[in-house]
Design a protein. Structure first.
Length: 331
């Protein structure tokens, strides 16, 4: 069968689409015939060899797949051949392993999907899993009523916009282009800020009639991170869930004390907090599957590639130009 392996970490050229032996099925395992694959930042980090939770080389960098059950182990009950399933590496003993035509996984690691759920949509749900936790677990004691989403046109960003609107929040998103603005608005954003051309603090205050927002969700970090404190309403929280532009160098307490009138909070978030909270992690995913099944969320798919085109998929991922989620299909 075909799979994607990284023998020497690097750029997209490090991704090798090659023949590998088929997986061995254990008594408590299921064999999945993969149909769709998610392409996301954890995959890139594994490909680059810099992931904190790096699997051993040669590594299969894929972290999400959806497909159908092809075979079941002798000890597996209540799962049938042909059922639609979703598998996230978050439910496996190590990250990666999902860029392959067939994958054997413990039966208790998969999520069964309703037949009406589209497999392309299902493989996007890992982003919604992160988005739900950011919106519901990271704020202050009171539920947030408004949120500023940094990078509202990305995979997680567009998921945040949809789930925030579903929860009744006012949503402001930052984008870099008119195309991304239109996309974020189509996801439900109430207000848009062009972060390259506009003052994010002043524009946020303008859009909220001076109040500010309850929650800021930032994956960029860098030298402008602490400016987000200036957009907070009373008891507001800024959440850092990545730092693609590096860490800020200012003194955090000094910056926070400039805004004592709102008693600001800063939280660092990683979904790895759920690594040892299986029930919490899986409950969020079941909630997202339910939203997908009843049509209250609709993933935005930016581009579709074949698994053999994995390098092109990662080139688009690296470019930062994707609107929504990048997916691949088996050849």
């Amino acid at each position: 069968m075909k799979a994607v392996l990284v023998h020497r970490p690097g750029g997209p050229e490090a991704l090798q689409y090659q023949d590998v032996p088929p997986p061995q099925l254990g008594d408590s395992d299921v064999l999945i015939r993969a149909e769709t694959f998610g392409v996301g930042q954890p995959d890139k980090l594994i490909r680059s060899g810099v992931y904190k939770w790096m699997p051993p080389l040669p590594a299969n960098p894929g972290n999400d797949l959806a497909g159908r059950i092809e075979a079941i182990g002798s000890g597996v009950r209540d799962i049938k051949v042909g059922q639609k399933v979703l598998l996230s590496a978050r439910d496996l003993h190590q990250r990666g392993g999902c860029y392959a035509e067939q994958v054997a996984a413990p039966a208790d690691a998969i999520h069964l999907l309703p037949e009406q759920v589209d497999l392309e949509d299902a493989v996007c749900l890992a982003n919604y899993q992160v988005a739900w936790a950011l919106l519901n677990e990271c704020g202050a004691a009171r539920p947030p009523k408004s949120v500023l989403v940094i990078g509202a046109a990305g995979g997680v960003g567009s998921s945040l916009v949809q789930l925030a609107k579903l929860a009744g929040m006012t949503v402001i998103g930052t984008v870099s282009s008119p195309e991304k603005s239109a996309f974020a608005k189509s996801m439900g954003a109430d207000g848009i800020i062009y972060y390259r051309d506009e003052d994010v603090v002043a524009r946020t205050r303008e859009l909220t009639e001076g109040r500010g927002v309850d929650l800021v969700l930032d994956h960029v970090g860098g030298p402008d991170f602490f400016r987000h404190l200036g957009v907070l309403d009373k008891w507001g929280t800024v959440v850092s869930y990545n730092a693609f532009d590096g860490l800020p160098t200012q003194n955090m307490m000094e910056e926070m004390r400039k805004h004592l009138d709102v008693c600001p909070a800063i939280r660092c978030f990683s979904f790895h907090i759920y690594d040892h909270d299986r029930d919490g992690r899986r409950n969020i995913m079941r909630r997202m599957i339910g939203h997908l099944a009843d049509g209250t969320i609709k993933p935005a798919i930016s581009a579709r590639f074949r698994l053999s085109e994995v390098r092109q998929a990662h080139e688009l991922l690296d470019s930062g130009k994707a609107l929504g989620k990048i997916i691949m299909r088996r050849d």
